[in-house]
Design a protein around this ligand. Structure first.
Ligand SMILES: [Zn+2]
Length: 290
């Protein structure tokens, strides 16, 4: 169902999944009231880095957080960033089912458009959880007026991934036959697998020199831009350390948080980035005409 479409001219996109530290830990929304909000702490560090580099990004905003911190979205818009949806509850899409997914999506789009005063074009699933078990979600995105999705990670991960999906941004065909523009997270082809390069835990795990070398390989040899992502809590080294039932989510969340600020400053110096709606403006405009 996925096919490559050459996205010339090459443009890198910097994206942020806007959520608080405990929301990314597989803790259910019903329990979020127990934890102290620290969204401002990491976000301030990140926004200062972006401002210093003159970079505007795409922010996939969690609806639950936007409702509780209503100043966040207007502030991001004033700084020139793009607002997109990260759903409402941060529950895995393949666990939500179609009814909850549609309700969450609709509620988040309404809130984010009211707060931003702009049409929201993009969506990214919590934990990139549009997998082969949740392809029905792509049809709901089209039906609810979303212009592009950035939920597919063409790799293998214990929480997400469609390993054989196209690695290039382009139009995909949904299960019911509709077209949707997909912006997959960056990967590098190595023998036997797609190595994730997109950001998050991989950005903290790899030495920065490796991230830079792999990024240049995509730009030079594949003629496509980088699709990069971070979370505000990755810029907050003082966040609470809690023990989770599963060790792997805990490890990926807390591993080398101290590396994020320096690595991001270097990345923003080495590569130019634009928001998604600008990088793919031509393709999205052509799709809107049909
Ligand atoms: Zn998230």
């Amino acid at each position: 169902m996925f096919r490559d479409v050459n996205p010339k001219p090459t443009k890198n996109v910097f994206s942020v999944d806007l959520e608080d530290w405990y929301q990314g830990l597989e803790i259910d929304m019903d329990d979020w009231g127990k934890y102290a909000s620290r969204i401002e702490t990491g976000l301030k560090v990140l926004l200062d880095l972006l401002d210093a580099a003159g970079v505007r990004a795409t922010f996939f905003v969690l609806g639950w957080q936007a409702e509780r911190s209503p100043h966040l979205v207007p502030d991001l818009v004033a700084r020139g960033h793009e607002i997109a949806s990260h759903g409402w509850s941060h529950r895995f899409v393949y666990q939500q089912g179609p009814k909850q997914f549609r309700e969450e999506l609709r509620r988040s789009l309404q809130l984010l458009e009211a707060q931003s005063g702009q049409k929201v074009l993009g969506y990214r699933a919590p934990f990139f959880s549009i997998t082969k078990d949740a392809l029905w979600a792509l049809d709901i995105l089209v039906e609810e007026g979303v212009a592009y999705d950035s939920s597919v990670f063409p790799t293998v991960n214990y929480r997400y991934g469609i390993p054989n999906a196209s690695r290039a941004p382009g139009f995909l065909t949904t299960p019911s036959g509709a077209r949707l523009f997909e912006v997959p997270l960056s990967t590098v082809r190595v023998p036997g697998m797609n190595l994730p390069l997109g950001g998050g835990g991989y950005f903290r795990m790899y030495p920065y020199a490796l991230t830079r070398a792999l990024s240049r390989r995509i730009l030079e040899h594949e003629d496509r831009g980088l699709v990069f992502y971070v979370h505000p809590w990755e810029f907050d080294t003082e966040q609470p350390r809690i023990t989770l039932p599963r060790w792997l989510p805990q490890w990926t969340h807390y591993h080398r948080l101290e590396s994020t600020v320096g690595n991001t400053r270097q990345l923003l110096a080495d590569f130019r980035f634009v928001p998604m709606r600008e990088a793919f403006a031509q393709q999205l405009a052509e799709a809107a005409k049909r």
